[in-house]
Ligand binder design. Structure first.
Ligand code: C5P
Length: 305
């Protein structure tokens, strides 16, 4: 039996370029791993089967569309294993369809768990390539820390970061579909008359002020540099998120933004004490289903010993 623990992410910068011919968008995506973890436990079994526990377990598909199952099959195929055998049990704490890459995290964890269970010893470089086949956010879940993702988010470069930053995550009722949020971003750009394809939108770049704030361990500077090009689209599809963002800011957060494609909202705060206070105020406001104080960066997926 092998258990892998894997973190959620927030995007401290999510610069979205134009729509590409392949249906993806070029990104300047600064991933930041936070201490909100799923666990995936792999045990020997016949075929590939899944189970899930946690408050959102009913929302997790347990068929072959689940990234954890796809990861097991992809790893087996890569090594020419005819009959992959594993049961994967997911202990879910990362919000489902929440913009925190929970499904991607489970895919990354399953790659690592199956690799250990089957004794394959796949090099990290190969696992990162397989992860990129599974989805744009899966490689980062293996890497953790803070990293710049280029291309559709899968070409990663680890970034220097000092110290610990404190966060609160406000979980919404119900998820948002990532493709739907990207489509809404395109639609809003089209409506604004700026165009939305690669030809119209310049390829985004990492923000130098944001990278400096991370390297300096300066939460106030980071708060001023947080940016998410998908936020307007997430707010357009879920206008109530504006109330959630406002509730956190009024409670004393340094900054508020939608996490990835949403609907989870992220609040950067100055320390652990502020995180507890902002989480309590968010819960009391009724503007979210749950509020989790946490911190980061933390390492990527790892086998629990
Ligand atoms: O890579 P992943 O399967 O997570 O992407 C899900 C969907 O999100 C894609 O099919 C696409 O619609 C959208 N997406 C995008 N540009 C990216 C990443 C994802 O348009 N860079």
């Amino acid at each position: 039996m092998v258990t892998v623990r894997v973190p959620a992410k927030v995007n401290v910068q999510l610069g979205v370029g134009g729509l590409r011919a392949d249906g993806f968008h070029d990104l300047a995506n600064v991933f930041f791993a936070v201490a909100l973890f799923d666990e995936v436990t792999a045990t020997p079994a016949e075929g590939v089967t899944l189970s899930c526990e946690g408050p959102d377990a009913a929302l997790v598909p347990l068929d072959d569309t689940n990234l954890a199952a796809r990861a097991a099959r992809l790893l087996a195929a890569h090594h020419g294993l005819a009959e992959p055998g594993v049961h994967l049990h997911i202990t879910k704490a990362i919000p489902v369809a929440g913009g925190m890459a929970g499904g991607s995290a489970d895919g990354a964890a399953a790659l690592l768990a199956c690799d250990a269970l089957w004794g394959l010893g796949t090099p990290l470089e190969t696992l990162l390539e397989l992860a990129a086949e599974l989805g744009s956010d899966v490689p980062f879940a293996l890497l953790g820390g803070v990293a710049l993702g280029r291309g559709r988010g899968e070409i990663l470069e680890s970034l220097p970061v000092r110290g610990t930053f404190h966060w609160v995550f406000a979980v919404a009722d119900g998820g948002l579909s990532t493709p739907a949020v990207f489509r809404e971003c395109d639609r809003l750009r089209d409506e604004a008359g700026t165009g939305f394809t690669e030809a119209d939108v310049p390829t985004p770049d990492a923000d130098a002020a944001l990278l400096a704030a991370l390297a300096d361990g300066d939460p106030v500077a980071l708060a001023g540099a947080l940016a998410n090009d998908l936020q307007a689209a997430a707010l357009s599809l879920r206008p109530s998120l504006a109330d959630t963002l406002r509730a956190g800011t009024e409670a004393g957060a340094l900054a508020a933004l939608v996490s990835g494609s949403g609907p989870t909202c992220a609040f950067l705060v100055k320390d652990a004490e502020a995180a507890a206070a902002v989480a309590a105020a968010l819960r009391a406001s009724g503007a979210c289903r749950a509020a989790h104080p946490t911190y980061g960066p933390v390492p990527g997926a790892a086998v629990r010993t």
